[in-house]
Design a protein around this ligand. Structure first.
Ligand code: AMP
Ligand code: MG
Length: 473
């Protein structure tokens, strides 16, 4: 049976100025690296054979019903506003309604130049494509809202990011939508009120069907982002480029670039090579997302007749966001130490542990994972620092039912560790995809003990530590 996708393209029905219609640029020799059959089944896609999958997800063959386009958007990049960014190396093939009736975008990243490419070549090399495949699927398995990886295809063409070139690749990714804070900013900056209204209504119907007014949408969007960022913090994830164009209104994690999971816990950890001042450091993410949502709120003001009243109400909503993030963070970290419902009174217990972990160069993932096993003290350079915390914790745990089980479910054994991701990329560039396949397989079950994969749970040896991650643009 040949490949078929039942498209229903609502974004392509929006006015012309929302996008540029264009086909992906074909590549020389597409070869399928991996296809996510489970996700395809969820989307109701009939796969067809590997050559056909490679041709379609490289952009060489358009599936029937596709309406390819590059979306227009703007965005604050590291705090500076760019009125026009847009999909410079990506194509939205179209949308499907999945088995659960949810609308999902099918999108190619690395699919060639578009009118939004500026100086870029519109391509991606294999490293970031495989990183995004591994990390986004790992995030999904961790229960964190995210875009998904449907396919990775090698293009058979070199991409020039360093001398000699690197193998090119394309990622087919799936998201509830690619509507960003930056999409609203694009029309708000142009004072295109008609487009802003149209975008608002499209976004409301698609992501916030229970909301009626811009204020209700704002509050719901803030709540989703508050929870999302708290979830990132709870697994030690650092997005790396929390620009407003990378903040999706669906509340999903999108645009994996120089992202990374922390090994050793420290709140000001930064990996991204382009984040010189730590704007998007681990613990700053909770502040930056508030700033991003303030930009979203600003875009919604013109939709109101009484704009002064809107400014006042939206300001209150944005100012309430840090407390919402903190509430989610407390709940999630509470579960990590075995508490069903952590209260404000439990916050000092959580923060004291984190402080001691920072002081003792603890591995973030392995220390929490060791709590239910009872050998967490071994993770501390000075184990008595853990003992001093443990007595208060045990006293608090006495009031909990089944805390061991709760901790085992809240604390993954496996995260995509940077050094493993880098080693996987190096192997793939040399033609060996076994480490990639293994990472994807193991990370699909992050909370299970997998004795065969103990090496993937170990922190890096000093020589393996990855200090810097790169965008790959
Ligand atoms: P990102 O850092 O991936 O979120 O991208 C920021 C902006 O740069 C977006 O408008 C991208 O489409 C654009 N961009 C990134 N890499 C490339 C590339 N290789 N060619 C063209 N545009 C790119
Ligand atoms: Mg982006």
């Amino acid at each position: 049976m040949s490949l078929s996708i039942d498209f229903d393209n609502s974004y392509a029905r929006l006015p012309d100025r929302f996008y540029a219609r264009l086909d992906p640029t074909p590549v020389q020799a597409p070869r399928l690296i991996r296809f996510n059959h489970d996700l395809a089944a969820e989307l109701g896609i009939t796969p067809g054979d590997a050559d056909e999958l490679a041709a379609v997800f490289a952009g060489n063959r358009l599936p029937e019903g596709a309406a390819p386009l590059a979306q227009a958007y703007a965005g604050h990049q590291f705090g500076g506003f760019s009125p026009q960014l847009g999909d410079g190396r990506a194509t939205l093939l179209g949308e499907v309604l999945d088995r659960a009736g949810r609308r999902r975008d099918i999108h190619l990243k690395g699919s060639g130049p578009t009118p939004f490419s500026r100086m870029g070549d519109g391509r991606a090399w294999m490293g970031p494509v495989l990183r995004e495949y591994v990390v986004s699927e790992a995030m999904h398995a961790l229960g964190i809202p995210t875009s998904r990886a449907l396919a990775a295809v090698a293009t058979g063409e070199p991409v020039f990011r360093e001398a000699g070139g690197l193998p090119g690749a394309i990622l087919a990714r799936v998201a509830s939508s690619h509507i960003r804070v930056g999409t609203f900013q694009y029309f708000a900056a142009r004072r295109d009120l008609d487009a802003l209204r149209t975008l608002f209504e499209h976004t409301r119907a698609r992501h916030f069907p229970d909301c009626a007014t811009p204020q209700e949408v704002l509050e719901a969007a803030i709540e989703r982002q508050a929870k999302l960022v708290a979830q990132w913090l709870s697994v030690g994830f650092i997005h790396g480029v929390m620009n407003t164009d990378n903040t999706a209104l669906s509340g999903e994690t999108i645009d994996y670039g120089p992202c990374a999971f922390m090994d050793t816990y420290h709140p000001v950890t930064v990996f991204s090579s382009i984040d010189a001042h730590g704007r998007y450091a681990y613990d700053n993410q909770a502040r930056v997302i508030v700033w991003n949502m303030a930009q979203f709120a600003t875009c919604l003001v013109p939709l109101n007749d009484d704009q002064d009243a809107a400014v006042e109400a939206y300001t209150r909503a944005v100012h309430a966001m840090p407390d919402r993030i903190e509430a989610h963070r407390r709940h999630l970290f509470g579960r990590k130490i075995g508490l069903a419902q952590a209260t404000a009174e439990d916050a000092p217990l959580i923060d004291d542990l984190l402080q001691r972990m920072a002081d003792n160069q603890c591995d973030f993932t392995n220390t929490f994972r060791a709590l239910h096993r009872g050998d967490a003290r071994d993770q501390f350079t000075d184990p008595t620092a853990f003992d001093a915390w443990e007595s208060g914790w045990r006293a608090r745990l006495a009031a909990e039912e089944d805390p061991q089980d709760r901790m085992a479910r809240a604390n993954p054994a496996f995260i995509p560790r940077n050094h493993r991701v880098e080693q996987m990329i190096e192997a793939a560039v040399a033609g060996d995809f076994a480490p990639f396949e293994r990472l994807v397989t193991v990370l699909a079950h992050p909370h299970d003990d997998q004795p065969d994969a103990d090496d993937l749970a170990r922190p890096p040896a000093p020589s393996e530590i990855v200090e810097r991650t790169f965008c790959g643009t």
